[in-house]
Design a binder for this molecule. Sequence first.
Ligand SMILES: [Zn+2]
Ligand SMILES: [Zn+2]
Length: 200
Amino acid sequence: MITVLCNKSGDKAQMKYCGGCRSTYYCSRACQRADWRDHKDICADLREFKHFDSLTYSGADRAFFRQLMDEAYSSLKGHVLEELVLMASRIGGVGLPCIAFDFHRREIRGEELSRMANDSTRADPRVIQASRSKNKMWLQSMGIADWSNKTLEYKWRVMPMWCDKGAELADEIEKVSRLPVEEHAQAVEELTKWVCVETH
Ligand SMILES: [Zn+2]
Ligand SMILES: [Zn+2]
């Protein structure tokens, strides 16, 4: 199951994808045409990213990363939401949320990436795509220790995630962040029941 930008869910095999970047999915040609005005600015960058990524990691590695993220996300969902609530209290809103999963230090933390999305010199096309999605696309990043060159290299890999009802979820997180702290745990517990996510 995947969710596309318009928030329709379905079988990946039944979805249409953009032939340019092969990484943006649509429910129909009409939907794709409607998104083209925004999509055309990042399509080539997404394609380039996908190409570079495929040179860096094998298909099996990438499938493993997705699986690892999905497992980590589902088992830590409550903790992820708590982090997002904390971040929302700190900055006064959800903004462009990104949960960083640090698999080396075994910790997670919430980050806000709006500034990154607006800084063209550092912009990852997926960060731009997420910033335009009005919270339908959420970001996770995974930090992995890579010893392949015999020294420790710490690598961060941004992974987009489609979130059903992402915009509503952002509103709910902001609401919870304004509640008294002692009510957070109960409210977060409620939220975990309806969050359904899948890394793409
Ligand atoms: Zn494209
Ligand atoms: Zn659609």
